[in-house]
Design a protein around this ligand. Sequence first.
Ligand code: ADP
Ligand code: MG
Length: 261
Amino acid sequence: MVAPGREGDAAPLIEMRGIERTYVMGDNLVRALRGVDLTLERGSSVAIMGTSGSGKSTMMNIMGCLDQPTKGSYLLNGKDVARLSRSQLADVRGRMIGFVFQSFNLLSRTTALENVEMPLLYQGISSRERHRRAKVALEKVGLVGREDHHPNQLSGGQQQRVAIARALVGDAPIIMADEPTGNLDSRTSYEVMAILQGLVDQGKTVILVTHEADIAAYASRIITLRDGLIIDDRQQTPVSATAALAAIPPAHAAASAGVAP
Ligand code: ADP
Ligand code: MG
């Protein structure tokens, strides 16, 4: 069923109703999501929490148009995306969503700049323009001068910043991050969260999955899942990651400041 047209800025960015996702495992059905309702406005930051197996990744995959619900409606930017074909879904994903993963997912034999250019490759954009946009994205995450480094020449935090630049390069309004700080020490985690908070200040919507309460504290809303249902949904005043960074003693800062050029 197609929802009445409120496509564009008048509609909430994300509107999910009665979302269910059931996996078939041989003779068993795994009900990973059992009826999730969620409305999300533009420019917000949300942390999705819950124990392992509660449905966080399933929810993220559906929100990110990587997967589709078994049941329920999902309006993204006012457009019904619950029943699109694979290629339509890929198209929506390309325009609307940038992804950041716990393991960075960078191509190892490829420079930072080339990694960031990757999402633009099949969009008919000239190589000169791809370079330009990728450089701008790397600037936004503070990696000027690292364009030609390969991932193994960068610290974990720098690699994650390359991944954030790659998520930004297509100018998608939504950034989705699954445990983006899961492989980082605490100072580097604050740096990454400060970048993500900066994106929210610029009007992006950031959705992150985390099981760490101190990372969720940087979001303005915390949604908790249990057994495929939202059991808690709270607004909060986010902690400032920039302030958290400033509070770290310089000695510690120097010790973990990353890899020299
Ligand atoms: P979380 O990310 O919170 O750990 P998941 O969304 O990955 O939770 O999983 C929710 C439930 O769905 C779990 O019981 C998990 O085993 C099951 N599940 C997830 N993905 C699949 C799949 N592809 N096939 C079968 N079951 C799955
Ligand atoms: Mg998961």
